[in-house]
Design a protein around this ligand. Structure first.
Ligand code: TZP
Ligand code: MG
Length: 207
């Protein structure tokens, strides 16, 4: 699975009408995963918007992951689901959705070690830097701590870094040995989504 660049999208920041062009641009720019993360959407909105996202992911060969909601991921036949520490445990997701990729958010050594017995397919580790996109994201880890946690976490599951990552600081993030990065604002706020993705991937040396 290509974990390099996850873009998290929602119907507020990316209207349904704009999805075809925006997702085409993101795919051309090198995005590999689209995660549907819509905290304020109703179940029906998630299903309707998610169906469009899913079809475009198939068209542009992007991996489609749903945040939080195993039921929505199953209903949409998504490629995966991303859960947090307060969501359904990975072991239960595996039982309900055995063929689905599972991502798990972690932000401490304790949370990383807690995943050892039933590892996810990848970790979402962060927030690396301060972020305005998630109110309860907690204190930024900073680059040095991110590096230490990444080294441990990578022995359990590949790490995807998240939180405040943008075109100006992404080179530091790639240098700590992560397998991928996940962003919201660095792509949502960029007028040219293809260029935004290309710039995030430019310092990646494939190590
Ligand atoms: N989890 C940790 S930080 C974050 C999430 C979902 C938000 C990332 O958004 P941004 O705009 O890339 O900082
Ligand atoms: Mg969650």
């Amino acid at each position: 699975m290509n974990l390099q660049l996850h873009v998290l999208i929602d119907p507020v920041q990316m209207s349904r009408e704009s999805l075809p062009e925006n997702m085409k641009q993101m795919a051309e720019g090198g995005a590999s995963v689209i995660q549907l993360r819509a905290k304020s959407a109703t179940t029906r909105e998630l299903l309707d918007y998610g169906q469009v996202v899913k079809e475009l992911c198939q068209q542009f060969r992007l991996t489609f992951i749903v945040n939080d909601r195993v039921d929505i991921a199953l209903a949409l036949e998504a490629d995966g689901v991303h859960v947090g520490q307060d969501d359904m445990p990975v072991a239960i997701v595996r039982k309900l959705a055995p063929s689905m990729l599972v991502g798990l958010s972690v932000s401490s050594l304790q949370e990383i070690m807690g995943a050892k017995n039933c590892p996810p397919d990848y970790f979402g580790l962060g927030p690396v830097f301060a972020t305005l996109s998630k109110r309860d994201a907690g204190e930024p880890l900073g680059i040095d701590h991110t590096k230490k946690l990444t080294q441990v976490a990578n022995t359990i599951a590949p790490v995807v870094a998240i939180g405040g990552i943008n075109q100006n600081n992404v080179d530091q993030v790639w240098r700590v040995g992560v397998h991928g990065i996940a962003v919201i604002s660095a792509v949502m706020h960029a007028p040219d989504k293809k260029q935004a993705c290309e710039e995030l991937l430019a310092p990646y040396d494939g190590q």
